[in-house]
Design a protein around this ligand. Sequence first.
Ligand code: NAD
Length: 295
Amino acid sequence: MSRFLVRKVAVLGAGVMGAQIAAHLANVRVPVVLFDLPAKEGPKNGIVSKAVEGLKKLKPAPLAVADNAALIQQANYEEHLELLQDCDLIIEAIAERLDWKLDLYTKIAPHVASHAIVASNTSGLSIGKLAEVLPEVLRPRFCGIHFFNPPRYMYLVELIPAPATQPQVLDQLEAFVTTHLGKGVVRAKDTPNFVANRVGIAGMMATMIEAEKFGLSVDVVDDLTGKKLGRASSGTFRTADVVGLDTLAHVVKTMQDNLHDDPFYATYATPPVLAGLIAQGALGQKSGAGFYKKV
Ligand code: NAD
């Protein structure tokens, strides 16, 4: 396998996942250009400050937060696309909407270096469909790279090929993810929600629906599904708040759109309690309200 040198990474999207992925990269001393929408449409607070907050929260704390923060450069798609030319790896982590991702790929494609790998952190949209909008020359170097939340701590990364992805590209990415980022890789097929979310989201939806049916409180359900049961991760509702309720609903929609003929998955509609919170703008931790903190 030829060596793949990652001197700089572009992360597209400075939300829950993008900011944390950028912080993790900076923490292992990889320079990052962190892109988001221009300030008028995008997050109100500086996106780098969000990533730096992520750095500060890391346990153990990085040795020099200030130094690491300096490795993250803020950019937006209107003014700074030329910065992509210096990036060896581009990780897309914008909202879980196929149409928005396709629009962005069309915009960035002319600026991507000829050797760079482009990878999407989608939770489960079709990697093959995402690849279709890319120029033919870029398709062999495109795949899915699915980090788990929080990416600093979660060991698993799914790598998912599109039909045209070169096997060597997956090998190069796996070497980077394991050696530099300290993660473990599972190679997944390009099926709706891949492996982990296919199984995990079905379980979460079933838990929410049953909790509503039996009038169980959020606390009781989290005791039954989380740490009090001896699990390392938090319970169902706390996890939902951390993931983001809108993102969760998008992942459920991927299941509904693509697996409606499968009797096992067909029953997993978006639970009314989840839809109700989203309608109120309560999207979990990122909006300051969700299952745990009400609007
Ligand atoms: P988020 O809602 O926190 O952030 C989404 C980002 O996308 C924001 O920075 C927003 O400004 C940007 N954005 C919105 N519309 C856009 C557009 N039209 N063009 C460009 N940028 C736009 O979302 P997130 O939770 O960080 O999820 C990002 C991706 O990572 C999604 O594909 C999601 O499925 C995936 N993912 C999320 C989690 C999780 O736990 N939240 C875990 C693994 C993977």
